[in-house]
Design a protein around this ligand. Structure first.
Ligand code: P5A
Length: 417
C-alpha cells in the first residue's frame, strides 16, 4: 500500500473489518479496540497479523522513531532474525536466557535461535569492522521483528511473542564517551514519545538478562499497565518497583507514590559486558587494545501503538493523536452520489464511499478514531456547506468546503505534508 504522506483512500476498497460486538478474547481496551477497529487479527498465541489500518499506524510510529534516531546520529542497519548458537555461547546467554529463547536446528543439525535481541550479533559485526578509536563513536539501529517465547503472552501486541522493536547499540572508546552516547539516546527517546502524543515517565530500572551498570525505562502512564512505578511526591525521582520496592524516596526521603505504567522503551548502559566476552576491542591513540564501551536502547514499536490507544480512547472508540493517526481526515459521504472529488489537501484522507446507512458510517468513523471527520450530505450540503467534526472532543463546525484545509491545520497541529 502507498505509505507516502498525502492521498485519498476509498474505504470501500480497504480491508477494514470493524466489529460491532466486543471480542471475547480481549481483556484490555487497546486490544479490544485494535480488534474492533479492524487493525489486528490473531494467528496464534502472541502472534498477530496487522491489517492495513494497523500497519498504517505502525508505520507512523516507525517514521517518528527513524527521524529521531537519524537526527541523533544513529545509522540504520538490518540484522538477521535467525542467529547461530555459537555467538550466544560466547556470552553465556545460550544457557542463561532460558525458555524465552526459541531454539531450533537447521538441516545440518546446527543450533540456531530466533533473535529476542541483538547484542551478540551487533557486537560480532562491530568487532570485525571497527578496529581503531578513530572509527568511534558509532551507534547502529534497526527496526525489526523479535521473537520471545513469553510464558504469558497477553493483551494483543502489548505483550506478544513476535513483536516489532527498534533496537540501537552504541560503541565508544571509553566510559565518558559511552555516557554521551547514552544521553543522546535518552534525549531522542523524550522527543519520540512526546511526538507520539504520550504521557510518559522515565524511571530507574532493573537491567535483567540484558545486564549492564544501570538502565532506565520509559513508562506510558496507564491504569492497565503491567508495571508498577514508585514516583517521588517531591523530586523527579521515579523507579520501577522491581528496582525500588521501598516506601521513601532515596534522594529526598519524601514518600513515594505508586502508579501503573506500560514499558515502551528501555535504555541500558552496558559497559564492557559484551565486548569483553566477545573480544570486541579497538586500538586507542597509544596503540593499546581497549574493549569498546557499549549501550543498548530498545523501543517496543508495536507496543507503543497499543499504549497510545490506552491513553487516547473513549466509549465510542479510538482518538488518535494526529502524528500516529492512520489517516488525518475521514470523509463521511452520506449518499454515494454526493461523493466529492476530494481534493487531496496533502493530508492522508480516507473517503467512506460505502453504500451503507449513515449510522454505520458514523460509528465506524468514531471507532477507527481518525482525528477529523468531514460529513458531506443532507441539509448542510444543500446549503453548500460541510460539517467538520473533531474526534477528540466532538466539536462540530459547519464550513464551506474550501475552508477545510485551514481548520485542519489548526486542529491537527500540523500543516499538510
Ligand atoms: C534494548 C535493545 C532490550 O531488548 N536489547 C536491545 C535491549 N530491551 S528490552 O527492555 O528487553 O526490550 C525493549 C523494548 O521492547 C518492548 N518489548 C515488547 N513489546 C511487545 N511484546 C513483548 N513481549 C515485548 N518485550 C519487550 C518493550 O517496549 C521494551 O522496552
Amino acid at each position: 500500500m502507498n505509505t507516502q504522506p498525502g492521498g485519498v483512500w476509498r474505504y470501500s476498497s480497504l480491508l477494514i473489518p470493524t466489529l460491532r460486538e466486543e471480542p471475547g478474547e480481549a481483556e484490555i481496551v487497546s486490544h479490544q479496540l485494535m480488534l474492533r477497529a479492524g487493525m489486528l487479527r490473531k494467528l496464534a498465541a502472541g502472534i498477530y497479523t496487522l491489517l492495513p489500518l494497523g500497519l498504517r499506524v505502525l508505520n507512523k510510529v516507525e517514521r517518528v522513531v527513524r527521524e529521531e534516531m537519524n537526527r541523533a546520529g544513529a545509522q540504520e542497519i538490518l540484522m538477521p532474525m535467525v542467529q547461530p548458537a555459537e555467538l550466544w555461547q560466547e556470552t553465556g546467554r545460550w544457557q542463561q536466557y532460558g525458555k524465552e529463547l526459541l531454539r531450533f536446528k537447521d538441516r545440518h543439525d546446527r543450533d540456531f535461535c530466533l533473535g529476542p535481541t541483538h547484542e551478540e550479533v551487533v557486537t560480532d559485526l562491530v568487532r570485525r569492522e571497527v578496529r581503531s578509536y578513530r572509527q568511534l563513536p558509532v551507534t547502529l539501529y534497526q527496526i525489526q521483528m523479535k521473537f520471545r517465547d513469553e510464558i504469558r503472552p497477553r493483551f494483543g501486541v502489548m505483550r506478544g511473542r513476535e513483536f516489532l522493536m527498534k533496537d540501537a547499540y552504541s560503541f565508544d572508546l571509553d566510559e565518558a564517551g559511552a555516557r554521551v552516547s547514552y544521553q543522546k539516546m535518552n534525549d531522542a527517546y523524550h522527543r519520540i514519545f512526546e511526538r507520539c502524543g504520550l504521557k510518559f515517565k522515565p524511571v530507574e530500572a532493573d537491567s535483567g538478562v540484558i545486564g549492564g551498570a544501570y538502565s532506565q525505562e520509559f513508562m506510558v502512564l496507564a491504569e492497565t499497565g503491567e508495571d508498577s512505578i514508585k514516583a517521588c511526591s517531591q523530586c523527579s525521582y521515579a523507579a520501577n518497583v522491581e528496582k525500588q520496592p521501598g516506601a521513601a524516596c532515596p534522594r529526598c526521603q519524601a514518600p513515594l507514590e505508586t502508579h501503573r505504567g506500560i514499558e515502551v522503551g528501555h535504555i541500558f548502559m552496558l559497559g564492557t559486558k559484551y565486548s569483553e566476552a566477545m573480544k570486541a576491542a579497538v586500538l586507542d591513540p597509544q596503540g593499546h587494545e581497549q574493549p569498546m564501551v557499549m549501550g543498548c536502547y530498545g523501543i517496543g514499536v508495536s507496543r507503543t501503538v497499543a499504549a497510545a490507544i490506552e491513553q487516547h480512547h473513549d466509549d465510542k472508540g479510538i482518538r488518535w493523536p494526529a502524528p500516529l493517526a492512520p489517516f488525518h481526515l475521514h470523509v463521511v459521504v452520506l449518499n454515494p452520489k454526493d461523493t466529492p472529488r476530494a481534493a487531496a489537501l496533502g493530508y492522508d484522507v480516507v473517503l467512506d464511499d460505502r453504500d451503507d446507512r449513515a449510522g454505520i458510517k458514523f460509528n465506524d468513523a468514531d471507532l477507527i478514531g481518525v482525528p477529523a471527520q468531514v460529513i458531506i450530505g443532507g441539509r448542510t450540503l444543500k446549503e453548500g456547506l460541510v460539517e467538520l467534526k473533531r474526534r477528540s472532543d466532538g466539536v462540530v463546525r459547519k464550513i464551506e468546503p474550501g475552508g477545510i484545509g485551514g481548520v485542519l491545520a489548526e486542529w491537527l497541529g500540523m500543516p499538510a505534508v
